[in-house]
Design a protein around this ligand. Structure first.
Ligand SMILES: [Zn+2]
Length: 147
């Protein structure tokens, strides 16, 4: 992937994250407000989290590819307590969601839901990618899709 952001800058911006060769494009993408998911060039399947080999066909021909940002809530929990984390307020309480991305059945991304009343959130609700800030970096969150 072509990017104006160097490996060194990615490491500097995520000092508490284990950035490695397999996931560096993911974090590079976040800094450019792009949600990148690895896609296999051999079979076309998407997979997340990033791995060097396609779990479907074992090809190493993988490209970090921007997703549409559309999906549905697959799993949803509300945390009333947890480890301290930047931008997380457990008093609210804090929603943690697994979003199934529109690109492929079973392609899921763990995130949080913003700009929503807790009572309106449910499994199967269409959501769309939006960006919040955590620890000074862009963070991919999801919000209910416009009706
Ligand atoms: Zn493949």
């Amino acid at each position: 992937m072509l990017s104006g952001i160097s490996d060194i800058e990615v490491l500097e911006r995520y000092p508490r994250t284990a950035v490695d060769h397999d996931n560096k494009y993911f974090y590079q993408g976040l800094l450019e407000r792009k949600l990148l998911v690895n896609r296999c060039n051999a079979c076309g399947r998407w997979h997340q989290p990033p791995r060097p080999i396609c779990p479907s066909c074992w090809s190493r021909d993988i490209t970090a590819t921007e997703v549409s940002g559309e999906g549905v809530i697959h799993l949803l929990i509300f945390l009333h307590q947890g480890p301290p984390a930047a931008g997380v307020d457990y008093a609210t309480p804090h929603p943690v969601a697994v979003v199934e991305l529109a690109e492929q059945e079973g392609l899921r991304f763990s995130t949080t839901i913003v700009n929503a009343d807790r009572e309106t959130l449910r499994i199967g609700l269409p959501v769309t990618l939006t960006w919040i800030e955590r620890d000074g970096n862009p963070f991919p969150a999801f919000a209910p899709a416009a009706a």
